[in-house]
Design a protein. Structure first.
Length: 582
């Protein structure tokens, strides 16, 4: 590829030298103007090849190289009008520079046309250039124009591709008008591109956008004043403007590239800012330094072989073609972090690398913080799994007691009743023994049912929290008012936590509070279930002196919830819990 670029530059330099010589010999331009005009094209070609060399994977360098080549080839028919080859090539490349400019500005800096409208606009430009070149290459005869005093060139050559003469003077004017509209539409798309660009991309694009605006305005003035693009050979006043217009595009892009590599100011400010930036806020400092508010920081955790954000939550880097770019900081196999940013920042590679190097230590510190947060997230998840597993085991035990031991005891009680009926009252005291056994059996059944309800109430699983809380209120020795309960069913872990919270609270009220009434309220707000239990007892409850409240606190915290207790002596007790709910 390097050899190709060298050959392109040698070929371009040869063409420039040939055009300068032909323009001077044919008295088309003075030597200084010929050297300035075509020397500028060689400068533009050199810039394009340098960009192509530094960014071989981007089409921008190729487009910048093609732009001056198209302009040079388009002048061949004017400078060497007596050569059939020069006329053929010159006519074919007459307007090729226009769609190249359009693609260059709309694809810069990524090299990719982002919207369907941009792609359609560029496609129309290439179709226009191809139609113009083909039409004139096939049906243009400059000698026929001389016969009508429209072309002062009796010795002009006919293109190799000429097949017939058609009157194309009016057609040329139509094409010029179409190109005028095409140029104005291009300005609209450039403005649209700037408005929709991120701040970082806008800073990179502005120099090139200004150059393209200059080219379009220069062309539009010619069309408005003269009705046709000015021929710089016959209008010396326009010579320097017409010469500077196409050269301004590669020069502006070079300025943009140099601007993109200016790193000292932002990096120096970043170093100072990072000294006082707390962990978790490094992303904001990097976004300001790079001028990209959409910047995301993904921290690499070697043990997990995955990326997380500053909160420890998993992050998946975007895939190629997603419109986002990824820059890894550190060794490729063990990076410290990855920056997910606007692809326009790739044009400011020096700034991106310098900012990444300056922030690496801060990001390493933030990675440790994120690793701890990730472990905390996993710890919370494991606690929640333990609570869920405990609730499921409670439900299984309750089911086994109900369907197993309780049913057997009921069958035994029925057998005792049948035995008493057969023995009758005169059975040497056996009937009394059977009656006592039946009484003990009923007591055992009651204790078994109470045990099963304490492990996990069947009413909670079958009918929900509302029915379960009403059952608790009915069984409580202290009058209980259920102020509110959500009508919809909650997830099992949340329902179980709310139920046992109220159950333990009512048990404590009955044992210690000496209260006259209890008020229970359960509500759902913004994805959280709020549980409030208030009594008018003696107060003074202390969670550290009993395992019941500590167990409830552990259950609530395991679900990433909060538990608060207010119990001043003589002023009753207020228990408040917040439990996340899906």
């Amino acid at each position: 590829m390097k050899l190709v670029r060298i050959l392109v530059w040698i070929g371009g330099a040869a063409l420039v030298a040939t055009l300068i010589r032909g323009a001077v010999r044919g008295d088309l331009l003075p030597p200084d103007q010929a050297a300035a005009g075509y020397g500028g094209a060689l400068v533009a070609l050199t810039i394009g090849l340098l960009v192509w060399h530094t960014r071989p994977g981007s089409p921008i360098g190729i487009l910048l190289t093609a732009l001056p080549l198209a302009s040079i080839l388009g002048d061949l028919d004017t400078v060497y009008s007596g050569s059939r080859l020069a006329v053929t090539v010159g006519l074919a490349a007459s307007w090729l520079a226009a769609p190249i400019i359009a693609q260059l500005i709309l694809a810069y800096p990524t090299g990719r046309l982002d919207s369907r409208l941009d792609r359609a606009y560029v496609a129309v430009g290439y179709l226009f250039a191809a139609a113009y070149g083909l039409l004139f290459a096939l049906f243009f005869d400059p000698q026929r124009l001389f016969e009508r005093d429209l072309w002062n060139c009796l010795d002009c050559a006919v293109p190799y591709t000429h097949v017939a003469w058609l009157g194309l003077v009016r057609t040329d004017r139509i094409f010029s008008d179409v190109l005028f509209g095409f140029a104005l539409a291009g300005l609209v798309l450039v403005a649209r591109k700037l408005i929709r660009s991120s701040p970082g991309r806008r800073r990179v694009v502005i120099p090139l956008a200004l150059a393209v605006t200059f080219v379009v305005v220069e062309f539009s003035v010619q069309m408005i004043v003269y009705g046709h693009p000015v021929n710089s050979w016959t209008h010396p006043t326009w010579f320097w403007i017409v010469t500077a217009a196409p050269l301004s595009i590669p020069v502006a892009l070079a300025v943009g590239l140099l601007w993109g590599h200016r790193v000292h100011g932002p990096v120096a400010g970043l170093v100072v800012e990072l000294e006082r930036t707390p962990p978790g806020s490094v992303r904001d400092a990097l976004a300001r330094a790079l001028g990209d508010p959409s910047l995301e920081v993904a921290l690499w955790l070697p043990e997990q072989k995955s990326y997380v954000d500053a909160s420890g939550l998993p992050v998946t880097p975007p895939m190629p073609g997603s419109g986002r770019a990824v820059t890894k900081l550190g060794p490729p196999d063990d990076p410290v972090a990855a920056l997910v940013h606007d692809p326009a920042l790739l044009e400011r590679k020096g700034l991106l690398d310098a900012v990444g190097a300056a922030a690496r230590l801060a990001l390493a510190n933030e990675r440790l913080q994120a690793e701890l947060r990730a472990q905390l997230v996993e710890l919370r998840a494991s606690r929640a799994r333990i609570v869920t597993a405990g609730d499921e085991e409670r439900q299984r035990l309750e089911r086994n007691l109900h369907d197993g031991a309780q049913q057997r005891l009921l069958g035994l009680g029925l057998a005792l009743q049948l035995a008493r009926a057969k023995l009758g009252d005169e059975a040497n005291g056996a009937a009394e023994l059977l009656a006592e056994a039946d009484t003990e059996l009923r007591a055992a059944l009651d204790e078994l049912r109470e045990l099963a309800r304490g492990i996990h109430p069947a009413v909670l699983s079958e009918h929900g929290l509302t029915a379960a809380l009403k059952m608790l209120a009915d069984r409580s020795p202290v009058p209980v008012t259920i102020a509110a309960v959500p009508e919809e069913r909650l997830d099992r872990s949340t329902e179980a936590a709310a139920y046992f919270l109220v159950s333990e609270s009512l048990a404590n009220v009955a044992k210690y509070a000496h209260a006259n009434r209890v008020r229970v309220r359960v509500g759902r707000v913004d994805g959280r279930v709020l549980v409030d239990v208030d009594d008018d007892g003696v107060g003074g409850a202390d969670p550290s002196r009993g395992s019941g409240l500590r167990g409830l606190a552990d259950r609530v915290h395991a679900l990433d919830g909060k538990l608060a207790l207010e119990s001043e002596p003589g002023r009753g007790t207020h228990l408040h819990a917040e439990i996340p709910c899906v």
